[in-house]
Design a protein around this ligand. Structure first.
Ligand SMILES: [Fe+2]
Length: 266
């Protein structure tokens, strides 16, 4: 069993400072095997924002895997965005924007979906698909294959269409590469589920862990437990004005065959 703490979109520069310590305390109480931050570490890709994000990351327990989001590229400085979009990100988090982590029963591959040409929407590059194929093909069969990417190729919780180029093709590429579960952010709305066309891939989205840029009136994060044949997602919510995170009802998915099924709530 592996436990992954999934955070996203902290947007340092717009962080609600009151939430930082409660978030870190919760993370330390959970003692996950891995912490994941699925992009938009910063609000405007500024050096001080990257420094704050890196300092936060250093205070999380255990290994931490991060990938860039669109906000981690410069917005207004077009030449810099086109010529060196990840220079600030790399200074803070290292050269590799597609890191991987091996857990005892999962292999986790980060993917950089930030697209300097359009800034906001994402895209899954063919080189990233090749990386996923290689990583997952080399992993022992019984291990969970987990992708971390900022933009998901499935609609948001409120039905907003996926904000990524060629969602159907992206979905098919992830399924074909062997992904079991995909952790994403970007929408600032928590959501779990799978697409009819690729029901073997479970998509888990969280909202913003720390930012005041709320879409649902709350900050949230999730503890994802990769068990034997099933995945449980425990959401933790902090409603606007509150000063700590509280557990929401958890949801469990099982995959008896090729397709995921949601178990009825106990
Ligand atoms: Fe984003």
């Amino acid at each position: 069993m592996s436990r992954i703490l999934h955070l996203s979109d902290p947007h340092f520069g717009t962080v609600d400072d009151r939430l930082v310590q409660p978030c870190l305390d919760l993370a330390h109480r959970m003692q996950p095997d891995l912490c994941v931050i699925s992009g938009d570490l910063t609000q405007r890709a500024r050096a001080d924002q990257f420094r704050a994000a890196r300092d936060f990351m250093a205070r999380l327990p255990g290994p931490v895997l991060v990938v860039p989001g669109n906000h981690d590229m410069p917005l207004e400085n077009l030449p810099l965005r086109l010529l060196a979009p990840f220079v600030g990100y790399r200074r803070a988090f290292g050269r590799n924007t597609q890191p991987q982590v091996h857990l005892p029963d999962a292999v986790v591959q980060g993917v950089n979906t930030a697209n300097p040409l359009v800034w906001k929407s994402g895209r899954l590059r063919s080189s990233s698909v090749a990386q996923l194929r290689q990583t997952f093909a080399a992993a022992p069969k019984e291990r969970w294959r987990v992708v971390v990417m900022h933009h998901a190729p499935v609609p948001a919780a409120d039905g907003t269409p996926a904000d990524i180029a060629d969602p159907a093709e992206t979905l098919a590429a992830l399924a074909d590469a062997g992904a079991d579960v995909v952790l994403s952010g970007h929408t600032h709305m928590p959501h779990t589920g799978f697409a009819e066309t690729a029901a073997g891939v479970l998509f888990l989205q969280v909202g913003t862990a720390l930012s005041t840029r709320l879409k649902t009136g709350a900050n949230d994060l999730a503890l994802v437990t990769l068990g034997t044949g099933q995945i449980t997602v425990e959401s933790w919510i902090c409603a606007s004005g509150e000063e700590g995170f509280s557990a929401a009802p958890s949801v469990t998915y099982t995959r008896p065959g090729l397709e995921w099924q949601k178990l009825p709530n106990p």
